[in-house]
Structure formats: structure tokens, C-alpha cells
Design a protein around this ligand. Structure first.
Ligand SMILES: *Cc1c(COP(=O)(O)O)cnc(C)c1O
Length: 412
């Protein structure tokens, strides 16, 4: 770990204080040109005593705007301090967790995984348009049927087709022959450029696609492609639960990754992370964004610098070892649950490196699913699966109660 360090509360506070001093201070500096200020002082008063020891909330009240992309070119100098915090967060994720070389990536903290996925597909779509003069109908997205709905959203917005790849009902693995067939069918229809989205933990199953399935099939067909990893859910789990993970930038074919800090990391909403290799993000440069220094390479525009501080604080509070321990505990709870389900003869899907257990609906009485807030795959009578996500607040005690009720219902 080159960037990810565990820091003491005092060290964290000092670092965030330093960052806030490097930003413009709306309360004291003469700043006349920004359509922004600190948060409304009638509601968010700066003098509240608890703020002194609460760097994240102080950053929130200071209300920095991390607009733009801060790994590339120049940036708005009014928010240098929190941009620097954001660069540190991105370095931890890109380099320490996902094995990129230092300074060989671009990225930003986006409103969420949805935007990070759309950003990736936007970058690659434009890459094919700029470099190969590709037309919209010549570009297609490939992603499994278990893919998050942000991908069909991206398909609709960016006006390129999404080809949904079927998965096996029980293993949730991509059906590789189907992938092969659908790629050749698309080629016959004139598609020349592919954007593959490989899941690092699907939302419903926690299933992890093998990115090599896409690479092998697309290379066999000798077509140009770009590969994005959707680790919105699994990005803070899988690299820690599977130390042999190869789903990272060591694989030269992987161009970009989405990781949500507002899921497993328990950061505030608004902390999706987009990271891509250098040389790609320029494809979405909006030159017209002239009032933003360094112009804009992101989809969203204004975004809170306090979110970067929040993610930084969580990472620096744990450090890599305590984070690994936290994930290990969640994996133990997952194993406890799967063992109990097995002994009851209840069928389920669980990727052994992920903390999601998805149970076949026929084994769960609806009343129990409802009582324990299990999430159905479909909110209608065709539902075939219910999922349990072993988050921080889901403790063995809750699981035991759930299992006991399942047992009792079987005996009825
Ligand atoms: C949650 C999720 C997303 C979307 O993230 P938001 O932060 O809700 O926009 C994308 N992909 C996967 C796999 C997810 O689990």
C-alpha cells in the first residue's frame, strides 16, 4: 500500500484543516465571482462547538465545490485543498486497491455508480467516434442480464444498443456460447465497436463476471472493444475477500472501473467513483465549459468537496488492515448464513467472495421475506429470488432469528 495509511484522529483532523485552509474561505476571503458560498448560516452555524472536532461536518458547512476533474490539466484554484483530498482518495483506490501505476489514471468522485457507469460508456462511445469515425449504430454495449439498470440507462441516453447476455439460472455465469453468438450476430448487423461491462458484484446476486470471457470472445472476433468493470457494489469487497483477484488494472484490457463508496464503505450518498486509464477521459471534454478553470471532463458539473473528505476520512480511519478485517467479518457472517441454509436444504446463490446471499423464492414464505425486509428480484408474482445483503448492521443474531422462523415455517 503506497497511499492507503491508517491515521490517528489528530492526524486526520490536521490534514483536513490544512485542506480547508487551502480552499477559498467564503466566511473570510474576498471572493466576489462565485455563485456559491458556505452553507446558509442561519441553519448551519459555524460556531457550534462540536464542529471543532468533526472535520467532515466542518467541510460540509464550508461547502467546497469540487467541480471538474482534478487528475487532468489545471483545476479551479479556489478549491485546491479538497481537490487534493480527492486525488488522495483516487490514488488509494486506483493504485493500492486496483493496481494502477501512480498518476496513470484519471477519475473523479461522482454522484453515484450510475453516473460513473454512464461516464465510462460516454468516454468509450466518444473514443470510437473520435478515433474511428464510428457511427452510433456501429457501437454496442455488452453486459449480462444481471447488470445494473444504469447500463440500459446509458444505452438510452447515449443512443447505442445494449446487447444483454444471458446467464445460467443457477450459477449466474455468463453463457459464453451465447455471448459468442450475439457478438457474431451484431457484427453481421454492422456493429464494429463494443463496450463490454463486466460486473464485479451484481446488485441482486453479487455474482462476479469473468472479464476474460469478454476478452476472449471479442479478440476471437477481431473487433475493437473497451472493457469497463462495474464494481459499484463489489469494489470495496472482492479485492479484500479474494486476495488472488485479477480484476484490476494489471489486466491491460481493463480500461475503467466504477466503485461506490456510498454502498459498502458507508460514505454519504454522492460518492460514486469513476477511474479510467490515462488517455481516455479527454474524449468527453466539454470545451464550452469555459467558466470552469481547466474546463470539464465530468458528466455532473458541481459536486461537493465534502464528499471527498468523507471518503478520505473513512479510508484513513480504517487503513487497509482494519478494512480487510471488517470485510472478513462480513464474510464470516455470510458463511454462517449459507451453512444454515444448506442444512435446511434451502437453495441459494452465493459467490464465495461476496456478502450477498440470494435465495430461491420458492423456499421463503412471503410473510417471512416481508418481515425481514428481503429484497425480491422482481416486485411481482414472477419473482424467483430474494436477496440478503450482509451489511454492517446485519448481525448473526438477526440471521439466527430469521433461520429459526424459516425452520418453524417448514414444520407447519
Ligand atoms: C448500486 C449499483 C449501481 C448504481 O449505483 P448508484 O450509486 O445507485 O447510482 C451500479 N452498478 C451496480 C452493480 C450497483 O450495485
Amino acid at each position: 500500500m503506497q497511499y492507503w495509511k491508517k491515521l490517528t484522529p489528530q492526524q486526520r483532523q490536521t490534514r483536513i484543516d490544512e485542506a480547508l485552509v487551502q480552499n477559498v474561505n467564503f466566511a473570510t476571503d474576498a471572493t466576489l465571482g462565485f455563485p456559491a458560498s458556505r452553507l446558509d448560516s442561519k441553519v448551519f452555524y459555524e460556531e457550534a462547538p462540536f464542529l471543532r472536532d468533526a472535520p467532515t461536518i466542518r467541510a460540509f458547512v464550508a461547502n467546497p465545490n469540487n467541480i471538474g476533474c482534478h487528475t487532468f490539466g489545471t483545476s479551479e484554484n479556489a478549491f485546491y485543498g479538497t481537490q487534493e483530498i480527492e486525488r488522495e482518495v483516487l490514488s488509494v483506490l486506483a493504485v493500492d486497491v486496483f493496481k494502477c501505476k501512480p498518476n496513470e489514471f484519471d477519475g473523479y468522485i461522482s454522484p453515484g455508480g450510475t453516473e460513473a457507469n454512464i461516464q465510462a460508456i460516454w468516454v468509450f462511445r466518444n473514443y470510437f467516434m473520435h478515433n474511428f469515425d464510428a457511427k452510433l449504430h456501429e457501437i454496442a454495449i455488452l453486459a449480462s442480464e444481471d447488470t445494473h439498470y444504469s447500463i440500459p440507462k446509458a444505452s438510452n441516453l447515449l443512443q447505442i444498443e445494449w446487447i444483454s447476455i444471458p446467464v445460467d439460472f443457477n450459477s449466474r455465469e455468463i453463457q459464453k456460447e451465447q455471448l459468442d453468438f450475439l457478438v457474431s450476430e451484431a457484427k453481421n448487423k454492422g456493429v464494429k465497436y463494443f463496450i463490454a461491462v463486466s460486473n464485479l458484484g451484481t446488485t441482486m446476486f453479487g455474482s462476479v463476471d469473468n472479464p476474460n470471457d469478454y476478452i476472449e470472445v471479442l479478440e476471437k472476433h477481431q473487433v475493437s472493444f473497451k472493457l469497463h468493470i462495474d464494481g459499484a457494489y463489489g469494489g470495496f469487497v472482492y479485492p479484500f475477500s479474494n486476495e488472488k483477484s485479477e480484476i484490476n488494472f494489471n489486466n491491460p484490457k481493463i480500461s475503467s472501473i466504477t466503485i461506490d463508496a456510498h454502498k459498502m464503505l458507508q460514505a454519504p450518498y454522492g460518492t460514486g467513483v469513476f477511474i479510467c486509464r490515462k488517455g481516455l477521459i479527454e474524449n468527453v471534454l466539454t470545451k464550452e465549459a469555459e467558466y470552469v478553470e481547466g474546463m470539464d471532463l465530468t458528466l455532473c458539473g458541481s459536486r461537493s468537496g465534502a464528499n471527498a473528505v468523507a471518503v478520505w476520512m473513512i479510508l484513513a480511519t480504517y487503513g487497509p488492515h482494519a478494512w480487510f478485517e471488517k470485510i472478513s467479518i462480513l464474510m464470516m457472517r455470510t458463511q454462517f448464513l449459507t451453512k444454515e441454509l444448506k442444512s435446511l436444504g434451502i437453495e441459494f446463490y452465493n459467490c464465495p467472495f461476496m456478502n450477498i446471499v440470494t435465495i430461491k423464492a420458492e423456499f421463503i414464505p412471503e410473510s417471512i421475506a416481508h418481515k425481514y425486509g428481503l429484497v425480491p428480484q422482481q416486485h411481482n408474482e414472477n419473482n424467483k429470488w430474494y436477496k440478503i445483503v450482509l451489511m454492517d448492521h446485519v448481525e448473526v443474531e438477526h440471521l439466527t432469528n430469521f433461520i429459526d422462523e424459516l425452520k418453524a415455517s417448514k414444520n407447519d
